[in-house]
Design a protein around this ligand. Sequence first.
Ligand code: B12
Ligand code: SF4
Ligand code: SF4
Length: 308
Amino acid sequence: MNLAEMVKNAGFAAGYLLPVPRYEEWTRRRASGAFAPEADWIEGDPAAAWPWANALLLLIWPYRPYAPDAALSGYYPASNQSYHAMQALAKSLADQGVRAQRAAVPVKSLLVDHGLASCLDSDMLFIPGFGTRFVIQALMAALPKDELHFTPEQTPFEACIHCRRCQRACPGGAISTKGYDWRGCLRAFEDGPKMPEWVMEKMTCLLGCEICQDVCPLNHFIRPRPLTEAESDAFRLDRLIAGDIQPALALIGKNMKKGGKLTAQAAVLAANRKRTDLLPLLEERAAQTDGPLKDTLQWAISHLKNES
Ligand code: B12
Ligand code: SF4
Ligand code: SF4
């Protein structure tokens, strides 16, 4: 087998092979409550979770973002594509008798600690050639001994030019001279049918927030790409508000369905984009809906009524 070739054939731009990692300090810091709740699903002790594995393969999937006026995060469609590429790679490895399994590990810390990426003031990772626009996938594997060619550790490097554009542009004030604080990051509060008022008021994008990456000069060499026809159609606000989310889920993965969040985000975005033409649809949907999603729909309706 030729692992580097398999990684390339699966569509990844790079693959880094590391020994099974240990990160007790990271796990201790998480236990102290320092990290966002989304970090809870990361495995705290890899040697115990994957006792059969002898290596960790970190895979890099670069992508081009959409232009800011598309109001759609390019990360999530890319993340879905890279997930399927990673599963296909695991299957090809299994076909060669190599056990490999998706691993929830703190990929940022691992890349930074090995000098393979640099953490910017925005808390995004930067890799030369890809900017911050890449998804990281991770596979724990049991490789034959003659395939264990670990990626050499590099000297850690600094890439951020501390221009503070991300700090000035961040709508939640998450980035400051003290660093990044997830409690001010819009993305940390966008996962359900209801969002805090301050998040709804500042939301500019579906699926996440792209602002700190859009303004970063280290990304400006990457040309945004237009939405394909299928993407434009799948993410039409009227469609998402009506609950017709299957075409969108086909592009971003079924796990993005969680509790009506696509409909909630579309309603908020409709309000923030002053889409008064969508008022009748929002009212119709609110009349058929109960619970927290109804509150979000009503927030959007009252915002739009104040506009008209
Ligand atoms: C939890 C999480 C979030 C949370 C918190 C984000 C955060 N920055 O902490 C929320 C939901 C807010 C979020 C938002 C986003 N996320 Co996110 N997220 C994660 C996740 C699942 C875990 C990250 C984590 O644990 N954070 C806790 C921090 C503190 O730990 P860490 O990131 O591992 O490592 C840092 C620290 O440990 C620190 N460190 C290391 N040692 C020490 C020691 C000491 C003493 C100290 C003080 C610090 C320190 O340095 C490390 C580098 O910063 C990762 C996937 C993964 N498996 O890691 C994706 C991940 C970080 N997210 C990603 C993305 C793309 C995003 C968004 C852009 C999505 C979007 N479009 O809206 C935003 C960006 C927000 C931002 N500016 O960072 C990508 C980042 C890719 C990249 N190029 O950097 C990742 C890697 C997912 C992936 N598989 O590709 N995310
Ligand atoms: S915008 Fe400037 S300060 Fe912020 S991460 Fe990019 S280079 Fe660093
Ligand atoms: S993702 Fe948005 S809210 Fe979060 S730090 Fe970046 S600019 Fe701020």
